[in-house]
Structure formats: C-alpha cells, structure tokens
Design a binder for this molecule. Structure first.
Ligand code: AMP
Ligand code: ZN
Length: 114
C-alpha cells in the first residue's frame, strides 16, 4: 500500500525509532507518546483494521502479542504492568489504517478508557 504511513515505515521510506523486529512484525516508538513507554507493534503485512483480518492471520496476530511481551521485558515494564490496545475504526479513534498494537506503560493507567 504505497499511500499507507506504516507501509512506508516497513519499506524504509520513513525511519522510526525501532525497538523490535522480526520477519513478521516491526515495533517502534510512537511519535506522540501517551505514556513513558509507548510502542506500536505492526505486522509487516498491510491489514487496514482488525475487521479485515483473514482466517490465516491467526499466526501473525500471535506474533504481535509475543512481540509485545518481549518489548515489555526490554522496556522494564513487564513486572509493573502495561496496557495493550488495538483501536478499530472511527469510534475507537483509529487514525492509521494499518493495524497496530499500542503497548503503553511506565505509569498507572485509568479504567475505563475515554
Ligand atoms: P491510532 O489512533 O490507534 O490509529 O494510532 C496511531 C498512532 O500512530 C498515534 O498514536 C500516532 O501518534 C502514531 N504515529 C503517527 N505517525 C507516526 C510516525 N511517523 N511514527 C511513529 N508513530 C506515529
Ligand atoms: Zn499499510
């Protein structure tokens, strides 16, 4: 997807602050962090929203969650805890239509979310 911001990051056209990468996923610091740790984990494959997941994306979604676990350890928030969020479409405030898992930590989180 040539007009997708996160595909541009996957392709190397935009260089974020990368914190983790493997064959399937890439993780980088959010440009507008909402917590001391705010990392986005994305699949290298373009999937616009959670509603667009295919049946054979199950393994890939597991890769994203496993990456979040490793990042939390790297960032030193595995023990204190952290929030993981997928925003899906308008009502959730999704801005970038390439799925991404927010990993937020380093401070207490409120519940319910706004
Ligand atoms: P969402 O609202 O769930 O779609 O989240 C999109 C996130 O992408 C926001 O938290 C933005 O701050 C973040 N973002 C947008 N552009 C960039 C970028 N170039 N590098 C890193 N994060 C970005
Ligand atoms: Zn994309």
């Amino acid at each position: 997807m040539s007009d997708c911001l996160f595909c541009k990051i996957v392709n190397g056209d935009i260089t974020p602050d990368i914190v983790y990468e493997n064959e399937a996923v890439l993780a980088f610091r959010d440009i507008n962090p909402r917590a001391p740790t705010h990392v986005l984990v994305i699949p290298k494959k373009h999937i616009p929203t959670l509603a667009d997941l295919a049946d054979d994306d199950t393994q890939l979604m597991g890769e994203i969650m496993q990456a979040a676990k490793k990042i939390a350890e790297q960032e030193g928030i595995a023990d204190s805890g952290y929030r993981t969020v997928f925003n899906c479409k308008q009502d959730a405030g999704q801005e970038v239509y390439h799925i991404h898992l927010h990993v937020l930590g380093g401070r207490p989180m409120q519940w319910p979310p706004g």
